[in-house]
Design a protein around this ligand. Structure first.
Ligand code: DNO
Length: 355
C-alpha cells in the first residue's frame, strides 16, 4: 500500500505539494490535468510539466484521478470511436511518462452527488451530506447550480461547467440508455482500450457510483458486488480493475465492504478510504475517518485491504472542514491529514500483528 493524497494542481488547490510532503508516510499524489475537457487528448508537454512540478516537491504521481469519459462513449453514439481514440492517445501519453494508474467513472451526466456540501455537525465541523428527500425536490437540470452555489467558489471535481451547460440535452440523450445499455457501452470502451493498457501496463480503476443507487432516474452499474463482478468478468484482463471507494459503496448499508474487498483481490488497483454515518435509508452524513465517528468499521476495511496485499495507492478521501480552513468541499488539508495518520496507524498495527 502506498499512502497518497489527492491534489488538483497549483492553479486549483489550496493545499500545496509542500504541505502534502509533510504528511507522515505520504509517498505521492493522485492528480489530474484539471482543465482538460472530457474527450480531449492530454498533451504530452502538459503531463511532463505536471510530473516535473510534483517531482520537484519530492513526491511522485502515483495515479491520475480522473481521465474523464466523454458522454458519447457512455451513451454509445457513433461518435464514440473518435473519443475512444482520443482516450487511447491520452493513455499512450501517460504511459510514455511512466504513469500507470487511471481512475475514472462511468456515471451518466453527473459524477458524485450531494444535497449539502457544508452541513454543520454538532462539533462545529462542516461535512458533505446526502438526503434523497432533498434531492427529489431538485430539478435535475438545476443540479449544477445547486452544487456550484454551495461550493464556496471552488470548481468541484466531476462538475465541469462545460458538461453541465448541456445538462438538458444530456438528459434527452440518455433517455434510451438503461443499465444494460450502459454496461454494454462500458465493456465496448474497456475492450477497445485494453491492448494499449497492456502495452503500457496501465491499470484502469473504475470508481464506484456515488451514492450507490440511481439518482434522477439515471442508471447505476458500479454499485454492488454482483454488478462489479460482472464488469470484472466481462473484461478479465487484470488491467480492468477498481478504485475501491468505501464512502461510495458504504452509502448503501447492504454492501459488505470487507467481503467485497476480499472477493475482488487482484483487481483493486486503488483505494479511497473514508467513513460516513447512516442517518436513515437514503440519508447520510460524511464523517471523520475514525470508526467511532461513523457507521463503517475502518479496522475491518483496512484489515481486508491488508489481507489482499494491496500494492497500489490508497488515499484518505473527503475530509470534514475543520479549524476554519477554506478549501474545496471535502478536500481540505487538515482533516484529510488526520485521516491519513489514522489509516497509517491502523495499517502499521495490522501489519505488525500479522508478522
Ligand atoms: C469526488 C470523487 C469523484 C471521483 C470520480 C472518479 O469527490 O470521489 O469525483 O474522483 O468519480 O472518476
Amino acid at each position: 500500500m502506498k499512502l497518497t493524497l489527492r491534489w488538483f494542481g497549483s492553479k486549483h488547490d489550496t493545499v500545496t505539494l509542500q504541505e502534502i510532503r509533510q504528511i507522515p508516510g505520504c509517498e505521492g499524489v493522485i492528480t489530474t490535468l484539471y482543465d482538460a475537457k472530457a474527450g480531449e487528448v492530454w498533451p504530452k508537454a502538459d503531463i511532463r510539466e505536471m510530473k516535473a512540478e510534483v517531482e520537484a516537491a519530492g513526491l511522485k504521481i502515483l495515479g491520475i484521478e480522473s481521465v474523464n469519459i466523454h458522454d458519447d462513449i457512455k451513451i454509445g453514439l457513433p461518435t464514440r470511436d473518435k473519443y475512444i481514440e482520443n482516450y487511447i492517445k491520452t493513455l499512450e501519453n501517460l504511459g510514455e511518462e511512466g504513469i500507470d494508474l487511471v481512475c475514472y467513472n462511468f456515471m451518466p451526466v453527473f459524477d458524485w452527488t450531494r444535497s449539502d456540501l457544508a452541513k454543520q455537525r454538532e462539533d462545529g465541523s462542516f461535512v458533505l451530506s446526502y438526503d434523497q428527500e432533498l434531492i427529489d425536490k431538485i430539478d435535475p437540470t438545476r443540479m449544477f447550480e445547486e452544487m456550484d452555489s454551495n461550493a464556496d467558489g471552488f470548481l468541484l471535481p466531476g462538475w465541469e461547467p462545460e458538461r453541465l451547460e448541456r445538462v438538458k440535452e444530456l438528459f434527452d440523450m440518455y433517455r434510451d440508455v438503461d443499465s444494460e445499455r450502459l454496461f454494454e457501452n462500458l465493456i465496448y470502451f474497456l475492450k477497445a482500450i485494453m491492448p494499449t493498457c497492456q502495452k503500457y501496463h496501465i491499470k484502469m480503476a473504475i470508481h464506484m457510483d456515488d451514492p450507490a443507487w440511481s439518482v434522477f432516474g439515471l442508471p447505476r452499474i458500479v454499485n454492488n458486488k454482483a454488478n462489479i463482478q460482472r464488469i470484472l468478468d466481462a473484461v478479465p484482463e487484470s488491467n480492468n480493475g477498481l478504485t475501491l471507494c468505501t464512502g461510495s459503496l458504504g452509502s448503501d448499508p447492504n454492501n459488505d465492504i470487507p467481503d467485497m474487498i476480499r472477493s475482488f483481490k487482484g483487481r483493486i488497483h486503488f483505494a479511497h478510504v473514508r467513513n460516513l454515518v447512516h442517518l436513515a435509508p437514503g440519508k447520510f452524513d460524511e464523517a471523520a475517518h475514525l470508526s467511532c465517528d461513523g457507521s463503517l468499521d475502518m479496522y475491518e476495511i483496512m484489515k481486508a485491504l491488508h489481507d489482499i496485499g494491496l500494492e497500489g495507492p490508497l488515499r484518505p478521501d473527503h475530509g470534514r472542514m475543520i479549524w476554519g480552513e477554506r478549501a474545496m468541499p471535502g478536500y481540505g488539508l487538515f482533516d484529510r491529514a488526520l485521516g491519513a495518520s489514522y489509516l497509517m496507524g491502523l495499517w502499521e498495527a495490522i501489519d505488525k500483528n500479522r508478522r
